[in-house]
Design a binder for this molecule. Structure first.
Ligand code: SER
Length: 597
């Protein structure tokens, strides 16, 4: 079983059950300022789960690249990854528990599909709770029993285990039912069961019964139209199908680990500590390649997504040093990631040079301070060892960050190697006092928020379409969107263009956008095939490989673009547009920041 085969099987199975395949989306959500990365297949679909009509209908299936950094401490074990692919099927107010569970079971156990031994399968269901008034999921239990799972392998668990979502603070969520494979290890304790982290039971699929839309004030509003959201981890499932002990022993990692062996002169599988470092490097490099090479790609920086990327690259470098690698080495594993995934994700091949260059620049930048920072750290240790608390004070951790570029987890790892911990609260406080860092909040943003297609971001979204067209009018048709990012404070737009814009060009673009706003143009959406959209000259930037129909937004007769929305109804409400910055983003790509005032 290969990744390619599993993707195909999954898609084919659900197509045979009346689903339409849709394309996975960017790893970096464009119009959702409240999360940094796409963390699950459901994330790009939130507006549709909440009631918007999807052009492909009510039953969807896809594969989606995802990034999760919440589990970063577990990366290197048998199953946790920063970057992974999720297979998913959705019911947008169509089928519910009965079909969802029956199809999951059929796909997992039928000889025609995965043919997993039924006896190895355990499932969990929600035990119910007062907070939401959701009763125990006896319905799911009955369905599982009917399908053939004996009662002793059906476990009832609380919210912590059997409730999914929202992806952030608000949005769709509900009780779920998870499927586990018993990999045959001995039980770690008498009541070892699914949900235990010892590695005996591996979760491979999660069927979420989305019944609630969690509100900002913490209350749960019943969804008018309950939905199903399911997710199967691609790498885990392939590892299980092949009887491998971990995701690292599969095609998803072996070629990357080989390059790390080459760079370090070590052999994977001979020393547990070194294996963990090798796994961490492989995982972090892969995630970094996908972040930089995304259609909406990013570069290492001290803010938001860019800071997560920086942390991954820097942590990989440090683990390289632990393996005894002295020079720059990350482009070796990074290059092989591009080769491995270029067929499925062609954006990586298109951006190959850019990806490798950005990784090299960051490696060069950090290599020069890493050794100095480590020496500084070693100097602190004896004093701290003398103290009773054995804690690195926050201000020292912050100094390592500020002067030597040490992300907090590097300091934590160094500390752990000496049996010390770090006062992370003190670090946050020191960071808060530091003006630039106060904006960072990366971890918080990462945990919080869901597609809050709020009023302001919707206005920015419409302004982005106006800007895009205006740029093409002023600079020429070579202008193409290379990336877009919207927060409630500004828009950011990257586009293909060689030279810096002149003040006169900037003024012209602003004027054109503002004239369309003053004209109060109506915005209309139509559905059509991607071919028809192309024929009509609609701008389209992300591939919609699998869609039969796409949404095309027309702003009066001024602009026509393929886009998921949402947009305002008329341009008049957008406000006055101003370009606040125009700068280079990468070779041949300019970046504009704009505000609505
Ligand atoms: N959203 C659910 C999960 O991530 C199902 O895909 O587990």
């Amino acid at each position: 079983m290969t990744g390619k085969e599993l993707r195909e099987k999954y898609i084919n199975f659900f197509v045979s059950k009346g689903h339409k395949q849709v394309s996975g989306k960017s790893l970096i959500p464009e119009n959702d300022p409240t999360v940094l990365f796409t963390t699950a297949g459901m994330h790009p679909l939130v507006p549709y789960l909440l009631g918007q009509e999807h052009p492909a209908g009510k039953r969807l299936v896809n594969y989606q690249k995802c990034i999760r950094t919440g589990d970063i401490d577990s990366v290197g074990d048998a199953t946790h990854l920063t970057f992974f692919e999720m297979l998913g099927n959705w019911s947008l107010g169509d089928y519910f528990k009965e079909e969802a569970l029956a199809w999951s079971y059929e796909f997992l156990t039928s000889k025609e599909w995965l043919g997993i031994d039924k006896k190895k399968l355990s499932v969990t269901v929600f035990e119910g709770e007062e907070e939401t008034g959701v009763p125990p999921d006896t319905e799911a239990i009955e369905i599982w029993k009917k399908l053939g799972i004996p009662e002793e392998r059906i476990y009832m668990l609380p919210r912590e285990d059997n409730w999914w979502g929202p992806a952030g603070e608000t949005g769709p969520c509900g009780p779920d039912s998870e499927m586990f494979i018993d990999v045959g290890k001995a039980a770690c304790k008498a009541d070892c069961k699914p949900g235990c982290s010892c590695g005996k039971y591996i979760e491979i699929w999660n069927d979420v019964f989305m019944q609630y839309n969690k509100q900002k004030d913490g209350t749960y509003e019943k969804m008018a139209r309950p939905c199903v959201d399911t997710g199967m981890g691609l790498e885990r499932t392939v590892a299980i199908m092949l009887g491998k002990k971990s995701v690292y022993d599969t095609e998803f990692f072996i070629p990357i680990l080989k390059k790390i062996e080459q760079a370090s002169g070590l052999v994977y599988g001979t020393n547990e500590d070194k294996d963990i470092s090798m796994r961490i490097i492989a995982d972090h490099v892969k995630a970094s390649v996908f972040m930089i090479g995304d259609p909406n790609g990013i570069k290492p920086s001290n803010l938001g997504q860019g800071y997560i990327l920086r942390r991954l690259i820097r942590r990989a470098i440090r683990h390289g040093r632990k393996l005894g690698v002295t020079g720059q080495f990350l482009s070796l594993p990074a290059g092989v990631v591009i080769e491995m995934y270029g067929g499925t994700y062609p954006e990586l091949l298109e951006k190959k040079d850019f990806i490798l260059k950005e990784i090299e620049i960051e490696e060069e930048r950090f290599s020069s301070t890493l050794a100095k920072g480590e020496a500084e750290f070693e100097k602190m240790v004896p004093n701290i060892l003398k103290g009773k608390e054995r804690v690195i004070p926050g201000r020292l951790a912050f100094r390592l960050y500020d002067t030597f570029g040490f992300p907090i987890e590097i300091t934590q790892e160094l500390a752990a190697e000496h049996g010390l911990t770090v006062d992370t609260q003190g670090f946050d406080e020191a960071a808060r006092k530091h003006q630039e860092l106060s904006k960072m909040g990366a971890d918080k943003v990462f945990k919080g928020g869901l597609a809050d297609s709020g009023e302001i971001t919707t206005k920015y979204h419409t302004a982005t379409h106006l800007l895009h067209k205006a740029l093409r009018m002023v600079l020429g048709d070579h202008v193409q969107q290379k990336g877009s990012n919207i927060t409630s404070e500004r828009l950011r737009f990257d586009f293909a263009h060689e030279q810096a814009m002149t003040p006169d060009e900037i003024k012209k673009v602003e004027d054109i956008v503002n004239r369309q706003i003053e004209a109060n143009l109506p915005i209309a959406m139509e559905l059509m095939s991607p071919a028809a959209a192309k024929e009509q000259g609609a701008l389209a930037f992300f591939e919609n490989k699998y869609e039969e129909e796409v949404k095309v937004y027309n702003i009066g007769d001024f602009s026509k673009e393929v886009c998921g929305g949402p947009h305002v109804e008329r341009t008049g409400v957008v406000g006055k547009f101003k370009i606040t910055k125009e700068q280079s983003s990468s070779a041949g790509v300019r970046r504009i920041r704009g505000e609505l005032v």
